[in-house]
Write a protein that binds this ligand. Sequence first.
Ligand code: BGC
Length: 409
Amino acid sequence: MKINDKKLKTETNNKDKKKLSKSKFPKGFLWGVAYSSFQVEGKIENNDWWRWSEQRKTKDKVGKACNSWNFYKEDHKLAQDLGCGGFRLSLEWSNIEPEEGEFSEEALKYYKKVLQNLKKRGMKRVVTLWHWGLPLWFADRCGWHNKESVKYFSRYCQKVINELGEEIDIFLTFNEPTIPLNKGYLAGVFPPGKINPWFYFQARKNMIEAHEKCYRLTKKVFPKMPIGITQFCNTFETKGFTSFLLDKFQDFYNWGFMKKKLDCHDFVGIDYYATFEPHFFPPSLKRKTTKNRWTDIGWGIYPQGIYNICLDSYRKFKKPIYIFENGLADAEDKYRANFIKEHLEKLHQAIEIGVDIRGYFHWSLLDNFEWNLGYEPKFGLCKVDRKTMERTPRKSYYEYGKMIKKKRK
Ligand code: BGC
């Protein structure tokens, strides 16, 4: 796809108000939903996040989550009815390798069944190898800050690729590695609960190495499989003299895992939620980004941000882009449908000027366990009654469905 770089530069503050209804997305564009094992499966007791929640370092205990371990067929049906062509989920390392070097045939069989069911329903399987929960043996004896982590993680990856590789369409080694690194090693609010910059840098280095190793070993078996990571991207619309430093920070924050070895990334995975700009910023630092729209957990709604990040990524890396997460905590479903529509409009504008964007996955299909914040934030297109586990679509679920149907060719 040819990109007009000059236009790209001037379009960052695009005033072009083309409406999505008039626009088609490219053929083969993947529409989807996303969730992760620990946040929905339930009864994952052998990992560090379970322990963290048992120790009441999270607002609620995770318990049975959404019991997707048993209700996965319902989840898949909801996604299929929505019109999704893709479904993003993660594998739980502690289920697959409960003890060091001992792999559970039962868990591998289970995940195979889940992935095959998605295929049967016509959805591409986007599989994340690690979405934050670590088996206790690894958390206690090793951790990411230990060099051995590369060996252990790539052995887990090799097993998954050998046993489940046929059932994976797009492979993500890591979900947002910067988040557990920052929160787990600098702020101490995620496991392993450390405040240790030295460990942080070691862990970061090891994760980059682990990604590269997994990339290569996977390509040996499945040379055509698209592999990458997905990153938590933020946008901080800066002005004034602070802007240079803030831009550098933003660059490190968004693309820190991309810079080194571009040959180990077939695409750029972007998870985008909000602008960095919190309410409490003084007006001198603020741009009118959010139009004063805030989600239930105080994140500023800013659709232009997804456009800016896609352009920034494409200019820097010239790699295809997937939006693997985008969503909001909105219990009353006040903003969600419009939020999706506005973000899709921005994506469409970026596509129109030549940015190669290949998919959009909404976070999340269900109200699920929101890490430290427990069950209070409601990110779901569907509500979950946590007693009966019944899933009830919100209005925005149907609205998103309509958008997909209109835009899918
Ligand atoms: C994570 C999800 C999380 C979502 C909303 C992302 O950073 O990948 O696990 O639920 O944000 O906070």
